[in-house]
Structure formats: structure tokens, C-alpha cells
Design a protein around this ligand. Structure first.
Ligand code: ADP
Ligand code: MG
Length: 480
């Protein structure tokens, strides 16, 4: 397959649905909280009763504008809502209120690892309910499905990219950056596994050098970044095989099965005219004043790219900066620590080292531990003042996360302060030399790399409390 890949160029465009974190639904007063009893958030509007009218949720619009601005979009002065008709059991009205030809955001882009990916549009729409296929849910053999309409009417922002991506890796990078952005601006929790962010990947292939795109297939049901990449890779190979055998790729929607690691045809892809879009008669077109846009722009927090660049300007590597930004809780914690004036270098070593390891092991978020930014800053200042060594710091940070104690308290209680008293260190160093005469002779005969051995022994004797610089100097004095 590898050499066949060289003959083709891959074209990918993503449609990403982000569930907006509003308190209530986009056109109804029901709550949007996840995990409520099935069908408990179902007003007559959500149920599609005759005679009810939708009322637009302003917060959903605010979030749509904020996201558009973060994605470098224009926010047209006017947008409107349209009905998209299709019949499905999780859609009681028989149509979805969406936006068709006048969306809330247009003409944006995102810079992803140096590549500019165009964003065609982003539009507001309502989500459908959730079907639970009882047979698949453990009641094997049952011949019915259940519907939970709590999710019906939850606000979504569908973000449609240009077909600008050329590999599964680029698609994944784009999706990850989009997730970072919606999380940092607080409009979506970006959880692919729980479906609060969902992605349809449109994929086609064409002979290298061709100007005309091939027919695309749309892949649904990818619920992790790695699954997205796997699904695209699979789909590229599937399409190449079809074309190589003289066949034609058909425009269709395919479902990714992450267990079987393959896509399966779900349905022929509808064209826009199949949905019989028309303007939603129950909602006025929406005028968005420039003042409104500027009001929202003023609330824009620092975006992930700017955050990474700021961290790098503090001396972090690009890798470290990216790893911290990927974990929003850690990044916000790091920002607090920086605000309190701590050395970024030492703080990063702790965050990327012991803290990250502990969080990974316990599957906790930083704000679920008892470590406060103030306490980390105090620990760092003890190291900077040479009250404790870096090593001791590493030993006590886990306790600080577990019980919330202050570094100075632990140091005091356990007598961990650094020994800089040269007299005391000299005594221990002398003892180490006396008990290891063979090594001393070897050292004197030119095996100078044994110095590390002596330093290690002194550190062991002092339980890591001796000032390493002083230990080195004193040992050299004795041995040379
Ligand atoms: P639909 O609602 O029919 O899926 P949209 O316009 O919402 O259509 O989305 C089309 C998506 O498919 C966009 O992300 C676009 O970039 C992408 N796309 C369009 N043509 C191709 C193609 N030939 N190959 C890959 N992706 C494509
Ligand atoms: Mg679409």
C-alpha cells in the first residue's frame, strides 16, 4: 500500500460539532446538564408539541460569536435560522433548527503547527435526542430501542473546515487545537468520549498533481483523537483500493467501528436539496451589532497559541509548552504560580516531573489535589534560598499534593533542611573516604570519575540533605 499512497493526494475536511455549555437549551428553557434522569428535561418545545414557539438563547449566541472570533472568523451583521427536514425518532419535530445560507460565523482560519487551515463557516443548531438500542445495551434479543430526549435541543456549534488538510496527522492536529480553543474560551468541555465534541471527517483522494478533488466519503462515529487518525488511514486505503481496481468512490456516510478497525457504509449521503431547507418562520433573522461583537471580543481569554508562545518566551521548550497547554488545568495552575513570581524553570520541572507523574498515576486533575499555587511557590523559594535541595523538594511534593501541607512545615517537622555547614559535611566526607580505601586508591591512581561515587555516598549518609556544591568541593579537597 505504501508505494500506492505515493500516487495519490489525500484531501480532508472536518465538520466538528461542539456542544455549547449553556445552562438551558438553545430554544427551550430545559436544562442541559449531562446525566439527568432520561426524559426529565423535556418541555413541550423539546417534544415538538403543536403550537409551541422556539425562543433563542442569547448565551448560545454569545458563545457562537466568541468561538468565531477565536477562529478568526467574520461575524456577519445578520444571520438567520433554517429548518432542515429529516425524519428520525430522536427528532420529535421532524426537522432540526439549524443555519443554512446565513450562518453566525464565516471565513475564518486556524494556524495549526505552522499550517493555515481555512474555516468555511460555523453555525448554530440544536442537537437531537439519544437513542438507546436496548438490544445492544445488554438486553440481548430485545427488539426495541429507547429514546432519551434530554439532549434534544442542546445547543451545538458546527464548525466546518475547508478541505485543506492533506494527512490524518494534520486532521488530528487541527482537531486537537480546536478542542484546546473551545475549552480555553469556556464554550465546550471538549470531551470526545462523552460526545460533547463530535467530528465528521470528509475524505477523498485524487491522483498527485490533480486539481480536481475526488468524491468524498464522510466518516462518523469517531470518539477519540487516535480513532480519528485510524479511521482516516483506513479510509484512505479503502478508497485507493477501489480506484486502483477501476472502481469509483461513492459519496456516502460511513461509520467507523473502532473495535473492528474499519468503516462501514451507513447511508448514501444526502445532498442539501434533500433536506428541503427553508427559513425558520418562528424565529426572526438575528442582527448582531458591532458593539455586541466588540463586547464579546473584550472578554476573549488568552488563546492556546498565545499561551504556548508566552511559555516559550519564558524559556520552555516547544514540547514542554505544548504538553502544559494540552492540559488546561495544569496550564491555569502554572499561570497562577507564575503570577506569584516563581521561577518558571523550577516550576516547570516540578509540573512536568513529579506533579504530572502523580496526576497520571492517580488519574486526578491538579485541582483535585490539595496542592495550591501558593504552596508550590513556597517550595520553590525554599530551593532558591538553598534551605532545601532540589531532591528534597521532589521527595515532599507528593505529600503536599496529598495532604495540602506547606513545604516549610514538612521540612521543619522532618528536619530536612539542607546541610551547608562545611564542618558537618567534612566529617561525613572523611568517614566515607575512610570506609572505602580501595576506591580512594583507585581515585588517586587516576580514576577521577569515582568522584561521583563519593558524592553519592555522602548524599546517602545525609539522606540527600547535603548541599551538592559543598560536597563536591570538600571531597576534592580531601582526595586531591
Ligand atoms: P455536508 O453537510 O453535505 O456534509 P458541508 O458543507 O457541511 O456538507 O461539509 C462539507 C465538508 O466536507 C467540509 O468540511 C469540506 O471541507 C469537506 N469537503 C468537501 N469536499 C471535499 C472533498 N472532495 N474531499 C474531502 N473533503 C471535502
Ligand atoms: Mg455536514
Amino acid at each position: 500500500m505504501e508505494d500506492l499512497r505515493d500516487k495519490y493526494e489525500v484531501v480532508i475536511g472536518l465538520e466538528v460539532h461542539a456542544q455549547l455549555k449553556t445552562k438551558s437549551k438553545i430554544f427551550a428553557p430545559d436544562g442541559c446538564e449531562f446525566g439527568k434522569d432520561p426524559n426529565s428535561e423535556t418541555s413541550p418545545i423539546t417534544l415538538g408539541m403543536p403550537g409551541v414557539l422556539p425562543v433563542l438563547n442569547k448565551e448560545a449566541v454569545n458563545m457562537g460569536i466568541l468561538t468565531g472570533l477565536a477562529l478568526n472568523c467574520e461575524i456577519p451583521e445578520r444571520c438567520k435560522f433554517d429548518r432542515k427536514q429529516y425524519f428520525y425518532p430522536d427528532l420529535p419535530k421532524g426537522y432540526q433548527i439549524s443555519q443554512y445560507d446565513e450562518p453566525i460565523c464565516v471565513n475564518g482560519y486556524l494556524n495549526v503547527k505552522g499550517k493555515k487551515i481555512g474555516i468555511t463557516r460555523a453555525h448554530l443548531e440544536e442537537d437531537a435526542g439519544k437513542l438507546v438500542h436496548a438490544g445492544a445495551d445488554g438486553l440481548a434479543g430485545s427488539s426495541y430501542s429507547l429514546v432519551d430526549l434530554n439532549r434534544a435541543g442542546t445547543p451545538l456549534l458546527e464548525i466546518v473546515s475547508e478541505p485543506d488538510m492533506r494527512s490524518s496527522e494534520e486532521a488530528r492536529n487541527y482537531m486537537e487545537e480546536l478542542r484546546n480553543i473551545v475549552r480555553y474560551i469556556g464554550v465546550c468541555d471538549g470531551n470526545l468520549e462523552e460526545g460533547s465534541m463530535r467530528c465528521d471527517a470528509n475524505i477523498s483522494i485524487m491522483p498527485k498533481g490533480s486539481k480536481e478533488f475526488g468524491t468524498r466519503a464522510e466518516i462518523k462515529n469517531v470518539n477519540s483523537f487516535s480513532a480519528l487518525q485510524r479511521a482516516i488511514e483506513y479510509e484512505i486505503d479503502r478508497q485507493i483500493e477501489i480506484v486502483e481496481e477501476g472502481g469509483k468512490v461513492v459519496q456516502e456516510t460511513r461509520l467507523w467501528d473502532d473495535n473492528a478497525r474499519e468503516t462501514k457504509s451507513m447511508r448514501g449521503k444526502e445532498d442539501a436539496h434533500d433536506y428541503r431547507y427553508f427559513p425558520e418562520p418562528d424565529l426572526m433573522p438575528l442582527k448582531i451589532s458591532r458593539e455586541w461583537v466588540e463586547e464579546i471580543r473584550a472578554k476573549m481569554p488568552e488563546l492556546p497559541q498565545a499561551k504556548r508562545e508566552r511559555y516559550m518566551s519564558l524559556g520552555l521548550s516547544e514540547y514542554d509548552a505544548s504538553v502544559i497547554v494540552e492540559q488546561m488545568g495544569l496550564a491555569l495552575f502554572f499561570d497562577e504560580v507564575l503570577k506569584l513570581g516563581a521561577s518558571p524553570k523550577i516550576a516547570v520541572n516540578f509540573i512536568m516531573g513529579e506533579i504530572a507523574a502523580y496526576l497520571k498515576e492517580t488519574k486526578l486533575e491538579i485541582n483535585e489535589t490539595k496542592l495550591t499555587p501558593e504552596n508550590l511557590v513556597e517550595l520553590i523559594s525554599l530551593i532558591e534560598k538553598n534551605t532545601i535541595s532540589n531532591n528534597i523538594g521532589k521527595q515532599i511534593i507528593v505529600d503536599m499534593m496529598k495532604d495540602g501541607s506547606k513545604a516549610s512545615e514538612i521540612v521543619e517537622k522532618r528536619g530536612l533542611s539542607q546541610i551547608s555547614d562545611t564542618g558537618a559535611i567534612k566529617e561525613i566526607a572523611q568517614k566515607v573516604c575512610d570506609t572505602n580505601p580501595a576506591q580512594v586508591t583507585a581515585y588517586k591512581n587516576g580514576k577521577v570519575q569515582l568522584l561521583g561515587f563519593f558524592v553519592g555516598q555522602v548524599m546517602k549518609e545525609t539522606k540527600g540533605r547535603a548541599n551538592p556544591k559543598a560536597v563536591n568541593e570538600i571531597l576534592k579537597e580531601i582526595l586531591d
